[in-house]
Design a protein around this ligand. Sequence first.
Ligand code: ADP
Length: 261
Amino acid sequence: LEVTGAPIFSEEGKWKGVVLVFHDISELKQLEQTRKDFVANVSHELKTPITSIRGFSETLLDGAMKDEKMLDQFLQIILKESGRLQSLIKDLLELSKLEREDFLLNVEQIDIQSLLRDLLPIVKQHADHKNVDLSMDIEGSTVIQGDSSRLKQVFMNLLANAINYTSDQGEVSLTFEESENHIMVSITDNGVGIPEEEISRIFERFYRVDKARSRNSGGTGLGLAIVKHIVEAHQGTIHVESVLEKGTTFHIEIPKKFTES
Ligand code: ADP
């Protein structure tokens, strides 16, 4: 709370009282703090791979290059870390695009079930690689109004997370339901789960329950922030249920008809 005051005098110059103005600046302060945290987070996330790329390149140039095994190993690290930088920058640009005031969805009629079926072969590779069993039981076709490439992005992100945060031999499934005016897609895994007190925070930019695990699987910490933006732009909602060490379900509900806001 910011308070400013000024005395009031009568025409004869006699003191009559004071005016106090109370300014609630807590919301502004909060916004400013969020912005500062974001800049600090971005800087830190960029610094880590760059430090590693520089360090390994210097070591190679200092002579390690002559050892073929080291050359190969270090170049792999440099490639991986520059890939991380690339994903990070891609997600940052994406997020800033979604947050622009003039951002518009490219709304068209889409068969949402067919869109989901098309994702299967793409994520299957990822699941096989991690030895995770992936099932998707979707039949029929339901036409909704939405932005197909953005919605693909949502489900790809959630499926990739479900696979990443599930251990070997785990299971990930995607189900589809519809009511008169809405569709609901649920993605369930039997992976690591999310502690109850952290569930509300996972949509924040760069919030990760387990930093090392997220980084190792190539995560930028921005995926769910992007997902939430897209779902909300479709006037939909996203809801999470999770039990630690048992698994997680993300429910995405979207209206079939898009209304211009
Ligand atoms: P990341 O790139 O770290 O995966 P996200 O924004 O996609 O970033 O997710 C934020 C955090 O939420 C993750 O780091 C992870 O801790 C948690 N999380 C997301 N999806 C799942 C899931 N299916 N199971 C367990 N934890 C999850």
